[in-house]
Ligand binder design. Structure first.
Ligand SMILES: Cc1cc2nc3c(=O)[nH]c(=O)nc-3n(C[C@H](O)[C@H](O)[C@H](O)COP(=O)(O)OP(=O)(O)OC[C@H]3O[C@@H](n4cnc5c(N)ncnc54)[C@H](O)[C@@H]3O)c2cc1C
Ligand SMILES: Cc1cc2nc3c(=O)[nH]c(=O)nc-3n(C[C@H](O)[C@H](O)[C@H](O)COP(=O)(O)O)c2cc1C
Length: 763
């Protein structure tokens, strides 16, 4: 095959090498506009895993690369006058220039033609004279633009500014992050050694800070001097250097996140940064480029046609690239939002930084640096009031809200059972909640319990509006208090326009086959075209429903529930007041967020007045309607929580969605946790996180990073009422109390768990 590699970066060179190794008969030319040695940038990082892939593909170049590696194991974080060091992270770095020289040398040795100082104006021209054109022309790929209608690129320019500098100051003991507070805001550096006497020093900050410093108007030299001043105490008198002479202006960049719908067109294929970028803070751009080169070379050999090879390449590499891009996105967003975390204690800040991409889990950190993690766990427990010498996972830390003390941070999330008769809980509920309370969770929240018969979602929903309900709930609460040390929370709600619908396991949210009752809502709307149109509430309706909430809260108090949660989420009555999607009122209860919050707040204040002062109240919200800017977005959720916090709500249970049939949620592990994180760290309000959290590792990393105070698990508790006790046994924690009649089962489980080391799982 006659092959042209457009671009002599890691992707172009390594693809040429990989192809030639598979078939020496290929005629390969690499076209590079720069001179062999005038590359931008400083060092690149490669992981052990990438190195193994390189070694399998070409032991010779891998050996040469290894000889020039700088290794380090530690990550050091300078923050608020402290230096925190953790170890076991295993990185290696190499000068970008050296890497390219080694690849150039290897390519020449294999008979690949390298044409430097050759600018290619159009890949289309090359495509006419070559069987295959690999467009490895980097971040600003001209080929990607030339064939934009086929590749369909999406380029997202990220918010922060960064500049890639170098220094002779040694950072050879650790990958080092330095956070400095200046008169213009926070600015930080990512520094790592890549050869005997040079280190990469990437400086990053928010756009606002960058503007205030006036970096954009400085020459590259002036920039270096300004950054030297900021980071003087870490540079030991060494200079910062720029080698971006080929770049016009100050050399500061905004990171462009590149995605392309297609990577190939006819005989042209995109590779490396041209096809997809991964933020420098996860150090994987070169890895992606070189591993894609290997994959493409493999498929061109294994597949019968070039089209088939392209299809396989796109298929196989896209998943890997998306996985990395998702981690990179988490990481870059962490840096964009870093000001949210700058109030954290250095221990928690460091943890948050280390786990920012969500690729490193709690147990994974333990494998890297047990001592550091145990120190962090002890810090967490101490803060939670567990005593000075407690080293346990964060999920087993106590928590206090008003006078309610929880033994741990696990909450059984409210889950409708649809097993009530005329609103009255039955033996089903006694056994169901009793089992979950025995299962080890610190707090068990009962299902949405409705304040009136019309306020029920379905005929099977529980209520708190009749003496029989109060008696039945009291029996359950008494059992939980007598037989377990779990606390129990009563979730009160009103279904609004989503009422009068079928049981959860029938046709959810669909009207009843017969016996529908009229429903209320802030405005005359129907949940869906199939549901009845709700009646817009009058002031008299609002008074009535408020009084119903109050009466239910009084009953819940007499039942001796430990906590109350007001359901303002998921499209039910109070939620439908908050979201503009369903609140179209023109009176004082519609329009601005402040107005839309007015009725839920009236309910809260009325309930708070009758609820015992020593007991907490939570409010559950939908932090996103998942419909874009027409509905509630996370930034609105922050404002909602500021209002709730000011009103005296003790904790926000941060759920999302179910407020509109047009919602387009983005699911994934812990997918709603970022909302809790944002609310907690921007308002200081206590939060509960919920949504696809199912591993102890998820729970521990959420808590330890300060993304929530409590963690709710719903479906995992349907599958396993004993989720907490089982998790403790698996993790080797023996501190959770089992019901005495079950000791024999506990001991057997401990023995079985003890026979194998707890297995850490990736988050
Ligand atoms: C600040 C910063 C820090 C980074 N840190 C790391 C890190 O630590 N680890 C890591 O793995 N990655 C890192 N990267 C990313 C890494 O540099 C890239 O992902 C990697 O270089 C991609 O390789 P590539 O071959 O696709 O593109 P490039 O390395 O950009 O190579 C493209 C080549 O094509 C040439 N070219 C472009 N157009 C033409 C044309 N028309 N004619 C001829 N030649 C052309 C260019 O001159 C260039 O040499 C970092 C990037 C930045 C910006
Ligand atoms: C069967 C079932 C019933 C639910 N009922 C309620 C409810 O009554 N009140 C409520 O606020 N959330 C309810 N939810 C939502 C859960 O509390 C939780 O927010 C959601 O399931 C996401 O958590 P998970 O991924 O751990 O399941 C219910 C969820 C399920 C699966």
């Amino acid at each position: 095959m006659k092959i042209a590699c457009l671009g002599g970066g890691p992707a172009g060179l390594y693809f040429a090498i990989s192809m030639k190794l598979r078939d020496a008969a290929h005629d390969i030319t690499v076209f590079e506009r720069n001179k062999p040695d005038d590359t931008f940038g400083w060092g690149v990082v490669l992981s052990d895993e990438t190195f193994e892939n390189l070694a399998k593909n070409d032991p010779l170049s891998a050996g040469e690369i290894r000889r020039h590696f700088a290794y380090w194991d530690d990550i050091a974080v300078h923050y608020r006058g402290q230096k925190i060091v953790s170890t076991g992270h295993g990185f290696s770095g190499i000068a970008r220039k050296k890497l390219l020289q080694l690849l150039q040398q290897r390519a020449r040795g294999l008979g690949i033609e390298l044409r430097f100082e050759t600018e290619i104006a159009s890949a289309a021209e090359l495509a006419k004279t070559h069987d295959l054109v690999v467009a490895a022309d980097g971040l600003n790929s001209r080929t990607r633009n030339e064939f934009a209608e086929h590749f369909k690129p999406a380029i997202e320019t990220r918010k922060n500014k960064f500049v890639w500098l170098g220094t002779h100051q040694k950072f050879d003991d650790a990958f080092t992050f330095i956070f400095e507070e200046t008169e213009h805001g926070w600015i930080w550096a990512h520094a790592y050694q890549f050869d005997a006497d040079t280190a990469t020093f990437i400086v990053e900050c928010a756009d606002d800070t960058w503007q205030k410093f006036g970096f954009g108007t400085m020459s590259q030299d002036e920039n270096c001097r300004a950054c030297e001043k900021i980071f003087a105490k870490y540079l030991g008198g060494h200079h910062l250097m720029s080698n971006a002479a080929h770049v016009r202006g100050s050399a500061w960049l905004n990171f462009p996140r590149v995605l392309c719908e297609k990577w190939s067109y006819e005989n042209i294929v995109l590779m490396g940064d041209a096809a997809a970028t991964a933020h420098f803070s996860v150090g994987s751009g070169t890895k992606l480029a070189m591993e894609s080169a290997i994959a493409m070379a493999n498929y061109l050999r294994s597949e019968p046609t070039m089209a088939a090879a392209f299809a396989k390449y796109e298929d196989a590499r896209r998943t890997e690239v998306l996985r990395l891009q998702s981690a990179a996105r988490n990481s870059l967003e962490w840096f964009e939002d870093v000001e949210r975390y700058l109030h954290l204690d250095p221990v928690q800040f460091n943890y948050s930084l280390l786990t920012r991409s969500q690729r490193i889990s709690h147990e994974n950190l333990r494998l890297r640096d047990k001592k550091w993690l145990e120190g962090a766990e002890a810090w967490f427990q101490r803060l939670a009031g567990a005593g000075d010498n407690t080293v346990r996972r964060p999920m087993f830390a106590p928590f206090r809200l008003r006078d309610m003390r929880l033994k741990n941070r696990i909450v059984v999330s409210p889950m409708a059972q649809y097993k009530a008769i005329d609103g009255c809980p039955t033996d089903w509920h006694l056994v169901h909640y009793g089992e979950r309370a025995k299962g080890g969770a610190g707090l068990v929240c009962i299902e949405m319990t409705c304040v009136s018969p019309e306020g029920r979602i379905t005929p099977g929903c529980t209520g708190m509006y009749a003496p029989a309900h109060e008696a039945a709930w009291k029996r359950i609460v008494d059992f939980v208090h007598a037989e377990t040390d779990a606390k129990i929370c009563c979730q009160l709600g009103h279904s609004g326009a989503k009422g009068s619908t079928q049981l959860g396991w029938e046709e959810m949210d669909a009207p009843l086959q017969s016996g529908n009752w009229p429903v209320l809502a802030p405005s005359e709307i129907a949940w869906s075209p199939r549901n009845q149109v709700a009646r817009a509430m009058t002031r008299a309706d609002m008074d009535l429903v408020r009084d119903q909430f109050v009466a239910s809260a009084e009953m819940a108090a007499r039942c001796n529930f430990d906590m109350l949660e007001i359901h303002c989420a998921h499209g039910y009555l109070l939620s439908s007041f908050i979201t503009p999607l369903t609140n179209k009122r023109t009176d004082a209860y519609g329009g601005s967020l402040e107005n839309r919050m007015r009725y839920p707040l009236e309910i809260f204040h009325a309930v708070r007045a009758v609820w015992p002062a020593e007991k907490p109240i939570s409010v559950r919200i939908s932090a996103s309607d998942w419909v874009g800017s027409d509905g509630i977005e996370p930034r609105d959720a922050v404002e909602i929580c500021r209002i709730l916090q000011e009103a005296g709500v003790d904790i926000c249970d941060v759920s999302a969605g179910q407020t509109s049939i047009d919602a387009r949620p983005v699911y994934g592990r812990m997918f709603q946790t970022p909302f809790s994180d944002r609310i907690r760290n921007e308002t200081g309000m206590a939060t509960m996180a919920v949504g696809n959290i199912f591993e102890p590792d998820h729970v521990n990393s959420i808590l330890m990073a300060g993304r929530a105070d409590l963690v709710c698990l719903a479906r995992p508790h349907l599958a396993d009422p004993y989720w907490t006790l089982h998790a403790a046994a698996k993790l080797g924690d023996r501190g959770e109390a089992w019901p005495p009649p079950y000791y024999a089962g506990r001991d057997q489980l401990y023995r079985l768990a003890g026979s194998a080391e707890p297995v850490p799982t990736a988050v």
